[in-house]
Design a protein around this ligand. Structure first.
Ligand SMILES: Cc1cc2nc3c(=O)[nH]c(=O)nc-3n(C[C@H](O)[C@H](O)[C@H](O)COP(=O)(O)OP(=O)(O)OC[C@H]3O[C@@H](n4cnc5c(N)ncnc54)[C@H](O)[C@@H]3O)c2cc1C
Length: 608
């Protein structure tokens, strides 16, 4: 094949590919520009793989990202994490109308820039529980137990003991020299300490170290990807440092979309290259992969790319006039998310929360403090502590509410997370009204049974796919969340939190965002709560599972080496490969999976 280009930063596809036409066959393939490895999607996982593979100067790596190369001040400020939603760095996905939720359409933000969703998320870093990975092994993920992944967590992390640590993190069991800075940020408002005291008063154990191996039952200070200058750390800032970007064997292409994966037309089925463009109507270019193509487009875009390339359920592909290259029935199936009650907003007395930041002058002063000193509220995580419960634990939840299935990963793993933010947060894209104060709490089903799907609207990558969460289809999911909701109703009526709040049980205005929080638990039936849940419910934006890993093509899309079943030269690593969902937040396992795949690729191809 033709010559190799060596350039570290490009947005012109002509610099990385060879001009072609969209309906061309592989005729001119020997002329295509070529790289050893092509990584599709410069998000959380993709940046890791590109960085690790290009450590060997003898290997050429092309990383292709659909979004831009850099974030902005909002993506760097930990507390401002919701402010980028709906902007140019967000794919701004929405779901199909959700049947069980009265046809409601929900927002599903996803990062569209180098660093991907690691630049839009809440910065929470949790290794999850060892039992979560036991479930991966049971599903066919041989080699993916916690013990086997631990070395990758250690390789990722740079835990730095400093004044920010609020709980006793066991540094002996953490990585201290990896690229990803992990720390704890101080409470951003006084109400957080009140919530902790209330949890203690309810008898919840305090978990000193949320990344220890002992399980996750109780309440805890979370660790997060925030550095000592109060800035968010993303996969791009951690793994694509200026020194990495300067490597002559690494080419990073931004604002360029991979339209299709291209396959051999004769012999064993092999992914030989990709087709890229900057828009639906712009010229397209083709690029060859000498060794392998790694797809890291995330839980929505990875299955979409496979499907438009002809890899997926044959009958579905035929419906949108795509020639089936490989009948792979599980592509786009088994979409799982952490399904939430949606916001329960409780009016607070003034002085306890961060709603004062809605006033322009207060916001300006907080931003200036962050810009000048790297400190103040903008440098903190909005959610720096949570509680984890089991829905079958009568000490904390009302186990009389409906029936639940035990889908927890094991006895030490939760199936409910109670998450609080010290502000009024009616949705991902709206804030509270000026002059009002409140806290927002959600009860989240961490091991939801309801599975959704990603399917195609058309044969073009440029048309957004159909995203169907199929939320709350399972009665068990509904009951798990309701048990969590009842716990929250009890929490806010327990001291000392109760005295910091201003609940008004007589509130009858269903359109008021405080209405749900004001409901009196004694006069609100479980049936009433069910109806509210169908109206108020939301995904936590942790979609996984749409190209899941497993032992056989009958149940999965990729095997334990992350190779797509039945295709040479094509692997996947991102949230889509999760065979089961986690008991906590997914980003740490995604980083670990990307590190593990990088090792496997290096080993298989003799890369140093
Ligand atoms: C609101 C929100 C809050 C969250 N909070 C947390 C949290 O606090 N902690 C946590 O653990 N998790 C959190 N998550 C989830 C977590 O951030 C994601 O699960 C994770 O970042 C996904 O990583 P990924 O590699 O699978 O995909 P991404 O990071 O989304 O990367 C995919 C990349 O591929 C690019 N791409 C896609 N298609 C193409 C194409 N055809 N051509 C070229 N490029 C393409 C995309 O632009 C993107 O950059 C949150 C998510 C959201 C949205």
């Amino acid at each position: 094949m033709g010559g190799q280009v060596s350039k570290t930063y490009v947005s012109n596809p002509e610099a990385i590919g060879t001009k072609s036409s969209r309906d061309a066959g592989l005729g001119g393939a020997s002329e295509w520009k070529e790289y050893d490895f092509i990584v599709v999607g410069g998000g959380t996982a993709g940046c890791v793989v590109a960085s690790r593979l290009s450590e060997d100067p003898n290997v050429s790596v092309l990383l292709i990202e659909a979004g831009k190369s850099d974030g902005n001040v909002l993506t760097r400020m930990p507390l401002a994490f919701t402010k980028s939603y709906g902007s140019a760095v967000d794919w701004a996905y929405t779901s199909l109308p959700q049947e069980r939720m009265g046809g409601k359409v929900v927002e599903w933000p996803r990062g569209k820039l180098l660093g991907g969703t690691s630049l839009l998320n809440a910065s929470i870093y949790t290794r999850c529980t060892p039992e979560d990975f036991d479930q991966w092994v049971e599903a066919g993920g041989i080699g993916w137990s916690y013990n086997e992944l631990e070395k990758y967590f250690l390789k990722i992390e740079k835990f730095m003991p400093d004044h920010q640590y609020l709980s006793k993190v066991d540094f002996e069991s953490k990585g201290t020299s990896g690229p990803l800075r992990v720390s704890q940020t101080e409470d951003v408002s006084p109400i957080v300490a009140k919530i902790h005291e209330t949890c203690r008063n309810l008898g919840l154990p305090f978990i000193e170290d949320c990344n220890a191996n002992g399980g996750l039952l109780g309440f805890t200070h979370l660790t997060g990807t925030v550095d000592d200058k109060g800035e968010r750390v993303s996969s791009a800032s951690a793994y694509l440092t200026p020194a990495v970007r300067a490597r002559s064997n690494l080419t990073i292409a931004t604002n360029i979309t991979v339209e299709k994966i291209l396959f051999s037309e004769t012999g064993p089925l092999r992914a030989v290259g990709v087709q890229v463009a900057t828009s639906k109507t712009s010229p397209c270019y083709r690029i060859a992969a000498r060794k392998e193509i790694i797809v890291s487009g995330g839980a929505f875009n990875t299955p979409q790319l496979l499907l438009v390339s002809g890899v997926g359920p044959k009958d579905e592909l035929e419906k949108v006039n795509i020639k089936c290259v490989k009948d792979s029935p599980h592509v786009g199936k088994h979409l799982l998310d952490h399904t939430s009650s949606g916001p329960m907003i409780f009016r607070a007395k003034p002085g306890y929360t961060i709603d004062y930041l809605n006033a322009p002058l207060s916001a300006l002063s907080a931003v200036l403090k962050w810009l000048i000193y790297g400190s103040g509220p903008m440098s903190k995580m909005s959610v720096n502590s949570v509680a984890f419960l089991r829905s079958d634990d009568p000490k904390f939840v009302d186990t009389g509410i409906g029936k639940v299935k035990d889908l927890a990963s094991g006895p030490n793993s939760p199936d409910i997370e109670i998450m609080w933010a010290p502000a009024i947060v009616p949705s991902y894209t709206s804030a509270g009204r000026a002059g009002e104060h409140g806290i927002t709490i959600a009860a989240i089903a961490m091991k939801a049974e309801s599975e959704g799907s990603v399917t195609l609207k058309s044969s073009s990558i440029w048309d957004y796919p159909n995203l169907d969460g199929n939320f709350l289809e399972s009665e068990s999911d509904v009951n798990v969340i309701l048990r969590g909701v009842r716990f929250v109703m009890r929490l806010v009526r327990t001291e000392p939190l109760k005295s910091a709040l201003d609940l008004r049980p007589g509130n009858t205005d269903e359109n008021d965002y405080f209405w749900f929080g004001d409901l009196d638990p004694d006069t609100t039936s479980d049936d009433d709560l069910r109806k509210i849940l169908f109206r108020n419910g939301y995904p936590s934006c942790h979609p996984v599972g749409t190209c899941r890993m497993g032992g056989s093509p009958d149940t999965s899309v990729v095997g334990p080496t992350l190779k797509v079943h039945g295709i040479h030269g094509l692997r996947i690593v991102d949230a889509s490969i999760f065979p089961k969902h986690m008991s906590a937040h997914p980003v740490a396992p995604i980083y670990a999976a990307a590190e593990k795949l990088s090792d496997m690729l290096k080993q298989d191809h003799g890369v140093a």
